[in-house]
Design a protein around this ligand. Structure first.
Ligand code: MG
Ligand code: ZN
Length: 621
């Protein structure tokens, strides 16, 4: 069953969320719409809700001196704040401009709910009088594109409904049993949530309360009427929980916030129906003081604790990286900013020095600094760098480049000539193959690099130095069909480098976990994290086979300020929200496996990862 939530929204259109309720055995399509509750209390009544695409807008009215005023209490009545001025006139302007539709999206509808705060018998005749100039606009019985007028609050008895014009609808109550002819005048059924549960909007309702709430909604649906609760908490969690129980109208005092939540809903929720199997490590060499001949450093760019948790839930409670028993925390701040970027973050791990954001392989004073591949090469240790993004991007670049601006991709490409990296895999053919220096590829070949432009060519290699430059499609996202390029590249790189008796260092980057964070896109993050984690599984497997390989899994920083609002490990479902489109300063986990992994426990600065790797590979205890 397809479990993804699908919705559509047009710019000035009402919000329609057709969702397939994830926990229903039978897929059920519903429409969730926003009801702007007590709308006249907004800073700008009507317009804020209208531009948030609300499909229902509610105004409380009082009759004073022959005019209907909008206000919550009679004492709050203020000059000029009439139903006509704040609601009917602006609505009529839009309705005319949109060719007799409430919204520019002709499929979007609007209902105006007039909540009568005093005796309806006085108020309704005045309301009908004020609506008279707008009869076309409210001619809902004849024209479903018209605005539906709904009376709520102090209402006549159902038996009297037929005494009012056809275009007048009423807000029904679940406690009233309506006769079929009365039901025709009912637009929706509403009630206070507090009549069913004392729930405070946090977490979920108790099972008996859920049953009560679902029962009253189901009863309305049996009469083909949409259901709304008022007096609810007003937060994403409340909306989600009530939506799950079947509610049709999201009653909100924050139409813009609700709009933003629902417009992004498809990017905030991910369900992975079928989990992948994780590797079961033997733990034979784990935590030992044995030789560290090889190091596989796996960097999930932008992979903070919430990203890992999202991936864990979506894989039904298992991840390769969380098999590690030795776990620490890396503090990621840059020299000039507590929120690091990937340039300073990767330079810290590659070179053991804090530097400024945007700096690649340079210290904070702008001087080039030695990196792990160059330092280890003096000991005969070989290095491979793999990414599922561009090889000139900050994370891989910090392991061979030296530039004080991360976007200088041609200069970074040129830096490879002076580097001791043996294998470099990723995309960005342009900076190398269309390098302004016409002799550039000849120079690379002089450095003994075989240039492979496909993964297949690289896979056929039996030895030697390799520069693997995939076309851009080769590093597209997992969602767009990248396949298992990262795992394949790691396996082949290990195969080539493990022939070296002195050992190897391989840095493998899950580059696009960060892209998903910048895009505030949870399905993007989780699918990239799973791809990265499968690659971790390959590394753990090799470590067990080899016995002298240390595997380190960490991140350069967190991206997106991801928080997790709802999850189901059983369903592989996770729902999140983001607080930024940039990096945050939260500590990132360091998970280690193999000999020396115990040295990665505790909390330390990111530069310590460099120092620990170096001292372990140098055989220092
Ligand atoms: Mg990166
Ligand atoms: Zn980033």
């Amino acid at each position: 069953m397809l479990n993804r939530t699908i919705f559509k929204l047009s710019l000035a259109g009402s919000l329609l969320l057709s969702c397939l309720n994830y926990n229903n055995a039978i897929a059920q399509t519903r429409t969730i719409r926003l009801h702007s509750h007590n709308d006249y209390k907004q800073n700008i009544p009507f317009l804020q809700a209208y531009y948030a695409g609300a499909a229902s807008i509610e105004a409380d009215v009082y009759l004073l001196n022959g005019q209907l005023y909008v206000a919550h209490e009679k004492q709050e009545i203020a000059t000029g704040r009439t139903l006509t001025e704040l609601y009917l006139k602006p609505l009529a302007v839009f309705y005319a401009k949109n060719n007799n539709h409430a919204y520019t999206d002709s499929s979007a509808t609007l209902q105006l709910v007039v909540d009568i705060k005093e005796d309806y018998a006085h108020v309704i005749p005045q309301l009908l009088k004020e609506l008279k100039p707008y009869q076309q606009m409210f001619n809902y019985p004849a024209n479903k594109n018209a605005v539906q007028l709904v009376i709520s609050g102090n209402m006549p008895a159902p038996a009297q409904f037929n005494q009012y014009p056809d275009y007048v609808y009423f807000d029904g109550r679940p406690t009233i049993v309506y006769r079929p002819e009365e039901l025709k005048h009912i637009a929706m059924i509403s009630d206070a949530l507090s009549n069913y549960t004392p729930w405070n909007g946090k977490g979920s309702l108790t099972a008996p309360d859920s049953a009560k709430v679902k029962g009253v909604i189901d009863a309305a649906h049996a009469h083909k009427k949409p259901f709304r609760f008022w007096a609810t908490q007003d937060s994403p969690n409340t909306w989600i929980q009530l939506e799950r129980l079947g509610v049709d109208w999201i009653n909100t005092d924050h139409p813009q916030q609700a709009h933003d939540f629902y417009v992004n809903r498809g990017k905030l929720q991910y369900t992975n129906a079928k989990p992948y199997a994780v590797y079961q490590p033997t733990f034979k060499s784990d935590g030992s003081n044995g030789r560290v001949k090889n190091v596989i450093l796996l960097i999930g760019d932008g992979m903070g604790p919430a990203q890992i948790q999202a991936g864990l839930t979506a894989n039904h409670g298992l991840l390769n990286m969380l098999q590690c028993r030795n776990i620490g925390f890396s503090q990621t701040r840059a020299a000039n900013n507590d929120n690091t970027d990937s340039a300073a973050g990767a330079t810290a791990m590659a070179s053991g020095k804090k530097t400024n954001n945007r700096y690649i392989g340079m210290d904070a004073q702008g001087r080039p600094i030695s990196n792990l591949p160059d330092t280890l090469a003096t000991l005969g240790i070989k290095s491979g760098i793999i990414t599922c993004g561009d090889v000139t991007d900050a994370t891989p670049a910090a392991f061979y480049g030296h530039q004080n601006e991360r976007t200088l991709s041609t200069a970074i490409a040129n830096d490879l000539l002076k580097s001791h990296v043996d294998i470099l895999v990723g995309s960005n053919q342009k900076s190398f193959l269309q390098n302004p220096d016409p002799g550039f590829t000849a120079k690379l070949k002089k450095q003994e690099y075989a240039i492979d432009t496909t993964l297949t060519a690289f896979m056929q290699a039996g030895k030697g130095k390799h520069l693997v430059l995939l076309n851009d499609a080769g590093t597209r996202s997992v969602l767009k069909g990248r396949g298992n390029m990262l795992q394949t590249s790691l396996k082949q790189t290990i195969k080539l480098l493990s022939a070296n008796k002195k050992g190897f260092l391989v840095m493998t980057e899950g580059a696009q976990i960060d892209y998903g964070g910048h895009a505030n896109d949870l399905p993007y993050i989780v699918t990239e994290l799973h791809d990265f984690d499968k690659t971790v599984g390959e590394a753990l497997k090799f470590a067990d086979e080899d016995g002298e390989t240390l595997v380190i899994i960490t991140a350069d920083h967190e991206t997106g300020g991801l928080s997790l609002l709802d999850a189901s490990t059983a369903q592989g479902m996770v729902l999140g929200n983001f607080s930024t489109n940039d990096h945050t300063s939260i500590n990132v986990p360091v998970m280690a496996y193999g000999p020396g992994s115990q040295r990665f426990n505790g909390t330390y600065q990111n530069i310590e990862i460099y120092h620990k790797i170096l001292s372990l590979m140098l055989g220092k205890k």
